[in-house]
Design a protein around this ligand. Structure first.
Ligand SMILES: Cc1ncc(COP(=O)(O)O)c(C=O)c1O
Length: 411
């Protein structure tokens, strides 16, 4: 065991970061900040410095940090029953599934622990669905270039970015990619061996690129014509982020299944696959499972999170605040220059500049704003859905100053 660092009450960030750097497998490129506490749209580091959190745990904290109703649900459940395995029924899991199917076109839910696992479940569902119909040669999944579906091998194989895949080849067979928003290429790639088309309604990790409505509508038609499923990866876009409960509502289509995670648990690890019949019933007992999936602790927390999203009108708020944020960014961009494009939907926004995004992110951090880079020149903003106009004003002012600083001009 590494020795020499004691982290106790009142420790500052430095020993925490040294310990982490020494003991953790170094897969993350982290900012040199140790966070200690959060409330609403703000977090504080170990030295007590406050930051406006426009990353929200990468789109996870829809209801903000430590929402009292979610804290209450979590602590109440923690004193009652944490975990049972899925060998038994529990009320929080059943009620969570009911909440989701009642407010969506989907008939059934499967719970897992992350976005990647929700995608894995979707891949298995697609393969089972084809085999159920006696089509064992139909196993291919068609996805989009620049997509991101997760780090497990199946989800990684579905991901349309070589940089994530290349170090881990060989990939799982049965995936092919087409350019995003290219309906003709999609039509050309889908055929009798296609089990499913898998798409993000807004590509998040790829740089915040919304789908063209015509492309998603074409995807629905192409899937139907070929006898394949249309599955949407709404891990990042789902549950209010884009100003609709599900992003597909913007596009006038209904997929056969969606993968969810991020916002679902309010910060506790949970993912879900929701599916419509007949596909929803093809995975049978023993064919898929997760020890932790939807355990009472996370399910109770997730249910409370969804109730807050609904009762506080956060989906409509995301829509309104998304418009407000875009307007503010537009005027900031005409003041400061250096902004090439503002992309997104609702409170999922990418700001593409002509300066390195990493420099903008660092300058913003020093000025008390958390944002992150998705691509060499694109900064992403994913504030909690409880964000208000004053916080947006503050964030956009800081971002403008950070862009100028990164450009070497007076910020
Ligand atoms: C669209 C999408 N799918 C899947 C994932 C993977 O989720 P996780 O990191 O929870 O496995 C992500 C993560 O950013 C994502 O944005």
């Amino acid at each position: 065991m590494p020795e020499g660092t004691t982290i106790g009450e009142g420790s500052t960030g430095q020993p925490i970061m040294e310990l982490a750097d020494r003991c953790l497998i170094p897969v993350y490129r982290r900012q040199r900040v140790a966070l200690a506490r959060g409330q609403g749209c703000r977090v504080w580091d170990t030295e007590g410095r406050a930051y406006l959190d426009f990353i929200a745990g990468i789109g996870v904290l829809a209801v903000g940090h430590c929402h009292p109703r979610v804290v209450h649900a979590l602590t109440r459940q923690a004193g009652q029953l944490w975990h049972t395995s899925n060998l038994f029924y529990t009320e929080p899991q059943a009620r969570l599934a009911e909440w989701l199917v009642r407010r969506s076109p989907f008939d059934r839910a499967f719970f897992c622990n992350s976005g990647a696992e929700a995608v894995e479940a979707a891949i298995k569902l697609a393969r089972r669905w084809a085999r159920e119909r006696g089509e064992s040669g139909r196993f291919e999944i068609v996805t989009a270039e620049r997509s991101f579906h997760g780090r497990t091998l199946g989800a990684l194989s579905a991901t349309g970015q070589r940089k994530y895949q290349e170090p881990f080849e060989p990939l799982v067979p049965g995936f092919r990619t087409v350019p995003f928003n290219d309906a003709a290429a999609l039509a050309g790639a889908v055929g009798p061996s296609t089990a499913a088309i898998l798409l993000e309604p807004v590509q998040g990790e790829g740089g915040v690129y919304p789908a063209d409505p015509a492309f998603l509508r074409a995807a629905r038609e192409i899937a139907d014509r070929a006898g394949a499923l249309l599955i949407l990866d709404e891990v990042q876009t789902g549950l209010g982020r884009t100003g609709r409960l599900f992003a597909f509502e913007h596009f006038g289509i209904v997929p056969d299944a969606v993968a969810l995670a991020k916002a679902l648990g309010g910060g506790t690890p949970i993912g879900a696959l929701l599916a419509r019949e007949p596909a929803a019933s093809v995975l049978q007992a023993g064919q898929h499972a997760s020890t932790f999936g939807g355990n009472p602790l996370v399910a109770a927390t997730a249910l409370a999170t969804l109730q807050v999203i609904e009762e506080e009108g956060l989906v409509g708020r995301a829509d309104a605040m998304g418009r407000y944020l875009s307007g503010k960014l537009q005027s900031m961009s005409s003041r400061t220059g250096h902004v090439r494009q503002i992309r997104g939907l609702g409170l999922m926004v990418g700001v593409e500049t002509d300066v390195p995004a990493a420099a903008v992110v660092e300058a913003a951090l020093r000025r008390g704003l958390l944002v992150n880079a998705v691509g060499p020149t694109t900064v992403r903003m994913l504030p909690p859905l409880v964000v208000g106009p004053a916080e947006i004003d503050e964030a956009v002012d800081i971002l403008g100053a950070a862009i100028l600083e990164a450009a070497g001009e007076k910020g």
